[in-house]
Structures are given as structure tokens and as C-alpha cells.
Design a protein around this ligand. Structure first.
Ligand SMILES: Nc1ncnc2c1ncn2[C@@H]1O[C@H](COP(=O)(O)OP(=O)(O)OP(=O)(O)O)[C@@H](O)[C@H]1O
Length: 233
């Protein structure tokens, strides 16, 4: 579904992605784990088109999107739920969701909204309230639900567990896992390596702008190097 080859990106003169290769197959949950500053957010921004790639290809469903603007990538089915959620705090929950469906004006938008509310009942309860009044976990749910309103084939999730209490982290990971049943392929970037690897099919380890390890998630969890560096065990 998504094949990234030789991806490089820079901020000014400083290169932060040094030629990444990565693949996400249809139906998979793939995670990229790595420490703070490894370049995970930059990678997702390059994929969604909010940060330019200086070199490399991003082939999504047979088309190289590396030079395609962000809004067209979204229309192709590649959607990002950004780090820090970036919801519109003074708009209502429902308005945030409608914005996620801005590409569409058909009757399926209402069905998608009903679907989102079935998935996150708390959002239904608070649909008319300002999104800024939601708790951190609820805002994260809203960010994911809003991205789903864009009907993505592949969802790029940036640190959905960030800043959440353990119980909510578990809930968010459960939600991510439930996307399998909705035919949404997921690329999940996380500092919470254990939580992410537990729900993923495969994983990549990223260090200072490079992929240093990859394999089935279960193998990575069992690898002593990963356990020591990322799992704290
Ligand atoms: N807008 C920017 N301008 C300059 N340098 C940046 C910018 N954004 C990130 N960087 C630098 O690029 C490198 C990779 O940052 P990035 O945010 O992609 O890492 P990350 O793995 O996502 O970390 P985090 O978990 O903190 O988001 C870091 O050294 C960071 O300081």
C-alpha cells in the first residue's frame, strides 16, 4: 500500500531524515518507534505532505506522492492525525468531525458521523460542546475520529498516547487496533514502544533519522537490544 524509499528531509541546512526505507502493506498496523527527536514526526509530515522530502519516493497505492501537495494526498486516502491532536478547540465536537469530511458532501458523511459516535460514545454525548473542553484522552479520540471522517485507506498516527494516563493509553491503543476491522491500514509513530509493538504487526526502530532495525512486532518486543533501549526491561 505504501512504499517509502530513500526518503530524505531537512530543516534548512540540517538533514534530519537520512534515506529511509519503509513499507506498509494493506491491512497492517505498522509502528515506527524511537526516542524523542529521532525524526518520527518529520517522517509522518513528509508522508502527509506537510514537510517537503528533499529526496526519495513515497509510493502510495501505485502512485508516487513525493511531490504531490498535502490536500491531494488526503484525497488519495492518506490521512494524518497530527502530534498534539491539533483539534479546533473553539469549534464543537461535531464541527470538528465535519471538517474532517470537508472533501465530501454526500449523505455518507452523516453515516460516517454516526459510525464515529458508535466508536466513541463519549463524543456523541459531547457533540455540541466546544472541543477545547474535552479531556486529553477525549481530544485524542476526536483527532482520530476526525481523521477517519476523511475515509482514509491509510491513517498516519503521531504519538496518540502522548500525555495520557495509563488507562487512557490502553483505551487509545485498543481503538487503533479496532481499525483493522474497518479496513484502515495504520502507520503508528510512538515513543511508547511497548504499547505500540503490542498492537502492531511489524515495527521499525528509528534512531537519528535512520531505520536501525525492523521485523515482526513480536520479534522486536523479544529482542534484548530493544528491551534494554526502549522497553526499560
Ligand atoms: N521545525 C523544525 N525546525 C528545525 N528543526 C526541527 C524542526 N522540527 C524538528 N526539528 C529537529 O528535527 C529532528 C527530528 O525531530 P522530530 O520532531 O521529527 O522527531 P521525533 O522523533 O518526532 O521526536 P518527538 O517525539 O519529540 O516529536 C530533531 O533534532 C528536531 O530538533
Amino acid at each position: 500500500m505504501l512504499t517509502v524509499e530513500g526518503l530524505r528531509s531537512r530543516y534548512g541546512r540540517i538533514e534530519v531524515l537520512h534515506g529511509l526505507d519503509l513499507e506498509v502493506r494493506s491491512g497492517e498496523i505498522v509502528t515506527v518507534v524511537g526516542a524523542n527527536g529521532a525524526g518520527k514526526t518529520t517522517l509522518l509530515r513528509c508522508l502527509s505532505g506537510t514537510q517537503p522530502a528533499s529526496e526519495g519516493s513515497i509510493v502510495f497505492r501505485g502512485e508516487n506522492l513525493a511531490r504531490v501537495p498535502a490536500h491531494r494526498r488526503l484525497a488519495r486516502g492518506l490521512a494524518q492525525s497530527p502530534e498534539g491532536r491539533q483539534i479546533f478547540t473553539n469549534l464543537s465536537v461535531e464541527e470538528n468531525l465535519r471538517l474532517g469530511a470537508f472533501l465530501y458532501s454526500d449523505e455518507r458523511v452523516d453515516r460516517d458521523m454516526a459510525d464515529a459516535f458508535a466508536m466513541f460514545p463519549i463524543l456523541k454525548e459531547k457533540r455540541n460542546l466546544a472541543a477545547g473542553g474535552l479531556s486529553g484522552g477525549q481530544q485524542q479520540m476526536l483527532a482520530i475520529a476526525r481523521a477517519l471522517m476523511g475515509r482514509p485507506h491509510c491513517l498516519l498516527l503521531d504519538e496518540p498516547s502522548m500525555g495520557l494516563a495509563p488507562l487512557l493509553v490502553a483505551q487509545i491503543f485498543e481503538v487503533v487496533q479496532s481499525l483493522r476491522a474497518r479496513d484502515v491500514t495504520v502507520l503508528l509513530v510512538e515513543q511508547n514502544a511497548f504499547g505500540a509493538l503490542k498492537i502492531a504487526d511489524r515495527g521499525y526502530v528509528m534512531e537519528t533519522g535512520q531505520i536501525t532495525m525492523t521485523g515482526p512486532a513480536a520479534e522486536l518486543i523479544a529482542d534484548p537490544r530493544i528491551r534494554e533501549a526502549y522497553l526499560g526491561v
